[in-house]
Write a protein that binds this ligand. Structure first.
Ligand code: NAD
Ligand code: MG
Length: 409
């Protein structure tokens, strides 16, 4: 079966249908979702919006659904059904609620689907969309981190094309010569280093969720911003890249680049390194995914190199940011280790946001969970992946409730 990226390179898009493209945005109320609708609104192409989905922010979801004349609006939270129904009364937009309704909406026929739900909660709806054979603009990284091989196999089976939206993977996709896959020596993921790049461990021990969410360059959702501060975002991206670009773990490097202008690079056998650069604005990656295989105007700030004057690079400090080392361990173990790492990380991140554990505990909880719960068992079914996620969360919760068990606590 062809790899979904190779498939994406080989197939001409839009061949089949001549009418307006039908699109859905999963997680339309989030940072990626709002940016996606902005790109769609500013596009010269008129798209038909099928499904928009959200969770708690039903007012925003309802106003998006009215503005874009969506066929259906779905909140994942069943308790919000009445509010959403009320907010959309008289609009003609169908309303639904709950995880099953979300999956059903994701599987409605569409040509292009933005996967913008955060966390493993995005896996089932994105899989549902992928099984229809739609082009998947993949922002959600947990689909590949937790279920890489399975997710890609389902995409290959249905013919779904993946266009990476995570800025690093989008950058690599733009300069990745898949016809020369054998000549690709390495990919180099850039990392901003987050708000604590120069902080000591002692200083990091006392940080609050607010300060951790304050990313120096990118404006993103709360969880990915805190993951950037702990560098777990980069850890997830290493695993994401391994699956997406079908490379061995040792071919995936990380370099800290505080300006977030070089979005990532590919190194070839002849010594060439190809990079994609741009302002730190997700609308470039989203616009690329929306226009692919063409390029379209996107109203982001243009780089001014004279003003930039310099680009800095430095190696990551794995002592202060153990997440990168843990990602390599998970990649070496394979199987459900990605789901274990992510499940423990999501549980620890929620606990940190709710004030139930410290910032440095996040890595300690993930490390302990990986060491005791990880094995190379196959991640070739949804059941296996969900079970690994459950095991990781249960163990992480034990550690959170008994902090003495965590090395750093
Ligand atoms: P966000 O928190 O701003 O938005 C998340 C969206 O998912 C919202 O629409 C929310 O309502 C919905 N959601 C949350 N929990 C849900 C649940 N349990 N079930 C269904 N829907 C749920 O997050 P974001 O920053 O837009 O990130 C979305 C995804 O894209 C993440 O996986 C993130 O890692 C990835 N990503 C984001 C950026 C960025 O710039 N924001 C960049 C690269 C990758
Ligand atoms: Mg990224």
């Amino acid at each position: 079966m062809p790899h979904p990226l190779a498939q994406a390179r080989l197939t001409e898009r839009r061949g089949a249908s001549s009418g307006p493209r039908r699109i859905s945005v999963l997680g339309s109320t989030g940072s990626i979702g709002v940016n996606t609708l902005d790109v769609v609104q500013h596009s010269t192409e008129t798209a038909e919006v099928v499904a928009l989905t959200g969770m708690g922010n039903v007012d925003l979801l309802a106003s998006q659904a009215r503005q874009f004349k969506a066929e259906i609006a779905v909140t994942a939270d069943p308790a919000k059904y009445a509010d959403l129904k009320e907010a959309l009364s008289g609009s003609g937009v169908e309303v639904a609620a709950g995880p099953m309704a979300l999956e059903e909406a994701a599987s409605l026929p569409a040509d292009w689907v933005m996967a913008g739900i955060v966390g493993i909660a995005g896996l089932a709806p994105t899989l549902a969309a992928a099984r229809t054979g739609a082009t998947i603009a993949l922002a959600n990284k947990e689909c590949l981190v937790c279920a890489g091989e399975y997710f890609l196999a389902e995409c290959s089976r249905s013919g779904a094309q993946i266009i990476p939206v995570d800025s690093e993977h989008n950058a690599i996709f733009q300069v990745f010569e898949s016809r020369h896959h054998d000549a690709i020596e390495r990919i180099i993921l850039t990392a901003s280093g987050g708000p604590f790049r120069t902080w000591t461990l002692e200083e990091m021990a006392g940080v609050t969720p607010q300060s951790a969410a304050d990313h120096p360059n990118w404006s993103m959702g709360l969880k990915i911003s805190i993951d950037s501060a702990s560098m777990f975002n980069k850890a997830l991206e290493m695993i994401e890249a391994q699956h997406l670009f079908d490379l061995p773990p040792e071919a995936i490097e990380v370099i800290v680049h505080p300006q977030s202008v070089v979005h990532s690079m590919v190194g070839y056998a002849d010594g060439s390194v190809l990079a994609q650069l741009g302002s730190p604005d997700m609308r470039t990656a989203i616009g690329y995914a929306f226009a692919w295989p063409y390029r379209a105007h996107v109203p982001v700030n243009r780089l001014d190199f004279a003003e930039l004057a310099r680009l800095d690079f430095e190696p990551p400090d794995e002592n202060r940011f153990p997440a990168l080392r843990l990602a390599r361990e998970a990649m070496a173990t394979g199987g459900t280790a990605g789901a274990i790492l992510n499940g423990a990380k999501e549980a620890a991140l929620d606990a940190f946001i709710e004030g139930r554990c410290g910032f440095l505990d996040i890595a300690a909880i993930v490390e302990s969970t990986l060491q005791t719960r990880s094995n190379a068992s196959d991640a070739n079914s949804m059941e296996a992946i969900i079970e690994a996620d459950r095991i990781a969360r249960t163990y992480a919760a034990e550690l959170i409730n008994r902090p003495g068990k965590v090395a750093s606590a």
